[in-house]
Structures are given as C-alpha cells and as structure tokens.
Design a protein around this ligand. Sequence first.
Ligand SMILES: [Zn+2]
Ligand SMILES: [Zn+2]
Length: 742
Amino acid sequence: MTHVENLVGSRGVSEEWPAWTPSSLIERLADTGITAAWSHQVVAADLAYTGNNVIIATGTASGKSLAFLLPCAAAVTDGGTVLYLAPTKALAADQLRALEELLPSPMVAASYDGDTPGPDRAWIRSNADYVLTNPDMLHRAILGRHTAWSSFLRRLRYVVIDEAHHYRGVFGSHVAQIIRRLRRVCERHHGRPTFILASATTAEPAESASRLTGLPVRAVTADASPRGALSFAMIEPELTDQVGEKGAPLRRTATAEAADLLAGLVAEKVRTLAFVRSRQGAEIVALSAQRALRDGKAHELARSVAAYRAGYLAADRRQLERDLRSGELMGLAATNALELGVDITGLDAVLVTGWPGTLASLWQQAGRAGRGGSDAFAAFIARDDPLDTYLVHHPEAVFGRSVESTVLDPDNPYVLGPHLCAAASELPLTEADLPVFGPAAEAVLADLVDRKLLRKRPRGWFWARRDRACDLADIRGSGGPPVQIVDTDTGQLLGTVDEAAAHGTVHEGAVYLHQGQAHVVDTLDLDEGVALVRAADPEYSTWARDVTEIEIIATEREQDWGDQATVYFGDVRVTRQVVAYLKRDVRTGAVLGERPLELPERVLRSRAVWWTVGQEIEERLRGEGVELRGAAHAAEHAAIGLLPLFATCDRWDIGGVSTALHADTGRLTVFVYDGHEGGAGFAERGYAAARAWLTATQEAIATCECLDGCPSCIQSPKCGNGNEPLSKAGALRLLEEVLARA
Ligand SMILES: [Zn+2]
Ligand SMILES: [Zn+2]
C-alpha cells in the first residue's frame, strides 16, 4: 500500500428552490421526498434560466439531472421545448423513466431513437415538449428533416448534453460538428436554445464544453451534495521472481492482488465489488477468491463470491442485486459492463483493478461504495505499466485537482468535411455560416468543391449529389470501411473495427475480447474486410508490435525552453506497419513468445507533439556516457504511457517515434502522435500540458524501483523494436536537461 487518502464526509449545503421553479414540479419533487436543492444545483439552474450556457461538472450522484430539470421544466411550462442528448439509447431510456415521474402533466416527454416506430415519430415531432435522443439520431434523422421539426425547433429553449465527458476524441469531434449543424438549423427556425451540459469532474470543463458547442460556456464545479467518508487506498503489487523481456523484473498481477483483497474483505464480512478489465480476469479473480476462502478460516463464505458477466438477462441482474442487498452475496468480481445497468447499493468496499481509462470512470466505480451516506473503503490496484505506477506514487494526481481534460478536435478536416456536406444538404451554406464551423471551414469547402461533393453557386454551397450526405460521416468510427469480426462457429457478427485499428487488434493469432469473452483470430482478410474468429480460452493475451516512421509536414506552434530545448506541435505524415505480436501469460504477465506478421504499410496524416534538444545538451550527455538513442526511446515510451493522465485518451489512441537524429529536425527528437486520421486532439493537449506531462514522465521513471527498466516505467508491450535500445538512466538525464529551463 503506497498511500491511503481519507476523504471526509460532508452533510451537504441545501437551498430553497429558485423562485421561478414551477409549483407543480416542487409538489412532485416533495412527493418523492425531495424538499430542497443542493446549492450547486441552484447556481447552475439560475445561470441557465438567465440564458447562460452552463456545464455542471460535479461528482457521481450529485444530482446533476435535477439541476438541468429545473430550468427545463420552467421552459416547458412556459410553452417552450427541450432537446435532451445522451451518448447511449439506454441512458436516454433511464432519463425518460425518471422524467415521467416529475414532469408536470399535460406536458409530453418522449424518446426519439432508432427503435421509435414511424407513426410515433410524426406524433412526437408535433406534440412532444421534451424529446430525448442521441447524437446519431440528430445526425441521421432529425437535422435532415428540420422542416418537419419546425414548430419544435422554433420553441426550442434548452439543449441538454448529458454525460458530456463521453464526447471525446474522434467521436467527440463529430458530435461537436453535429451540434454546430443543430445551431445553424435552429437559427433558421428562429430558435435560440441555451446549452446545459452535465459531466463528470474534469480539468477545464468550461473550455471543453466550449469546444464541443462552439459557444462560451460557464462552469459550475463546487459540489454541495452530502456524502459519507471514504478511505481510498493505492496499492502497488510487489515485484516477483518472474522475469519478462530482457530479464526485466515483473510485478505480481493486479488480478492476483485483487483476488486476495476480495477474499480478505469477504472473510471480514465486508461487502465488496471488484472491477476487473476483462471477463476472463473477473472470472480468475472470483475463482481465486473462492479458493482462498475455502482454504482459510471462513470456508463457509466461499459460496458468497461470484463473477458477473456482461450479457446477463434483466431477471438475472435483479436477482444479483437482491442477493447483494440481502448479504447472500458478499463479494462480486465484475467487468466495467456493470457500470451501466445494475443498481447496486449498500456496498462497503470497491476494488478498482487497473486504470479504468479515465479519472471520471475511476470515481464512478469508487463512488459505488457506501452510497446512502455510510462510510466506505475503496482501493486502486496498479497494473504493471507506467501510468498505474505513476498514480500509486503520486496520489495527488487522483485526489488533487484533476489534470485530465476532455479532449476533442472539431477542426480536424477529415471530420469537418462530411459535416459541411451534411450541413449544405440541410440548408445551402453561405459565407455567413462559415464562422459557425470554425477557421478550417473555408479551405475544406474549396476541397469539397474540387472533389465534386459540393457545388458553388452565387447563393452559396450546395450538396451536389443525389444520395444522403449524412452517410459520409461515420461518427462512431474513424473513417475507412470497417473490418467485420465474424464468429466462424456461429456465423454471428460480433462487431466491427475500423481498418486502421484492425492491423493491431484482429491480426492473425490475436486474442480479441468481445463482451469480456476471449476469441482467437484465425484469419484477417483485408481485401474482403473480414476477420474470422472463434471463441476460446487461451491462457495468454496478445500485443501487436509496429514499426513507424514520421515526417513533419508543417509546424503550427512552438515553445522554447531555454536555448537548448524546444517543444513543437504540428502536422505529420506517419507510416506504420504492424510486424509481429507478443504473447503474454494472463496470470503472470510473463512473455511466452513473439510471432512475425505480414501486413501492409499504412500511411496516416495526423498531428503530433515533438521535442528536440540542442547540440550542447547532446554533447554533455554523450560526455557522461549516455546512450542517446536508448534515452530518447525510453523517454518516448514513458511519455506515451503518461499522456492519458492529461488527455482523455487510451494508450492505444496514440503512438510515438524517437530518434537520436531526425532527418527533418537534424536533432535528437521524440514524437508523440494521434493515431487517428487528421488527429483527435490528444497531441495538441500534450503540447499545451507539455511541462506537467514531461515532469510526470520523469517522475514515473525515477520512482520505479527496478534497476534498468521494466513494464512499470520504460518498457512498452507494443514496441516495434522489441524494447531495444532502452536506457533508464539516460532517459532521466535527458528529461532533466529538457526540463531544466521549462
Ligand atoms: Zn521500472
Ligand atoms: Zn519502442
């Protein structure tokens, strides 16, 4: 255990309802036992009521829904309409249920999604006051038919964007453009809605909300809701005798540690939920905990530990909830699938096994412990990688002010182009519209005209084809025809993965997880766009390795750190090739072997952050015997591992290249680039947070207790060079010099 944070409970600060709250809503709230608001709800509601776009970024279960319901109910009472957007259909359905209890009759709330039957759609368009939908429907079904929505849009007073932190990366960039199209269409119908966003706590919520909507947004972040005390432990599994690549020491796996803790807590009758990344992992944790209990003093409790699988039927889930509540079940190991769809209350403890992707998810999971005001325990168990290692040694990154910000890049031309086509097909685009779509719009329009997608006429730009323009944008993919993943045994389509990601995730021999169930890929046919897989329970996981070259196309920004170190941001061309994959034991993490692959090169136009050092530093380091290539390479690996702390990306969304001498800079250079066509905003965020990011990178390497480098600091499981050469001491000296005048 590296740290315990004791988070004190609070009683909450309540306030009277705003004077403008409809009395019928106050009555209905009183019926459900709610008689006052928390002060942050009132602040946010008042801002929205007076016409300010606002984002409420507070903790789990802090009553964000009520905060936006107050002004929305007032608007509907006054003859206005509300459009509510959720990232998933399921979430919109949950909202609708809650809303139906509270919305004063005869006001009508309805969900409008892919399952809504045709005849209902027309009725909803002309009668609903409060429409719940998702960005996909807005993009494909609502904006293109805006004239049919004219009366709804004319009266539109609020657009609610719930769970706004989900709109990140390429998907977030698409949604940002859909919102710009919505704003333009509303304007045409004389509707001028105010935007209300709800989000988990992140850094710079006002800035990300403003990027998403294209409008100025005020943030409400002070959380005045009550909560119980929480003891939160940070745990780093110990080093073992196992060795990995190049003889690096390996830590005990996070799942083995989680199983022991789960058994120990259950033996003390502490009701515990353990979150594990894969279904296979969840099953290993549950089985090992049962075994430990059976062999110990509390053997009668072995039966009260279970694993939860995604894909359970609703009835099974309800049974599970009942068993946990009654104490029949004391311990549960579950995948993140449990985050949605199961209502578990009365837990005493939560274990989070490995970084769940974002700080928002970490708190969402930990927030399950001790609801209802009772005190609780949570633990984060580090996996063997640089980010997890950094966190257990720097608890302030978790418990201090959040540095993670929701990152998106609406100006990405690959995203913008299809939405300009869709916009032109909704209403011809005019010069006056251009500022709505941002500074890149003009250049992208010219390109669309050249490609005969749009036609320029005196009155503006028109959609030049007969098919549907909205089909050009695949908002949940990242462009290119997707590869279909098909189960050979059942013929069932398990899912799709975009072509760019296919090389690294569904190559021959890859282990592919579908809803926590492992599959092994038999063949990948890139011409046909199909990967054939079969269900299996291999004892190993696979990691693709690629080799990468990078060219600088244009430098957009730069900052000098003294006269010997410079950090840049700009456009790059990346050539990548997946060349092999590594097999690792799921239980111990030990490397079992490496297999070569034959896949074609892929060229990616993207954006990168890079830094260089001058001659003086190079000579000084060389004089000290530092091997520059190994130093740069090690710094690159660790920096990639740490970027997800600052930008909401996965380590797989980004890549890196390092060299002691790059042809374009003529110097030692380390690049970190966005792995998506056109970029996704991650590298840009890295540039903006460069000082803090590289400082964290250096600290992560410095605090690792290994001698020459290990997976917790500088080794990367996806390194195309087989983690050669790497120099831990060299990376520390290099980063020290780079940061010396930062
Ligand atoms: Zn290490
Ligand atoms: Zn590498």
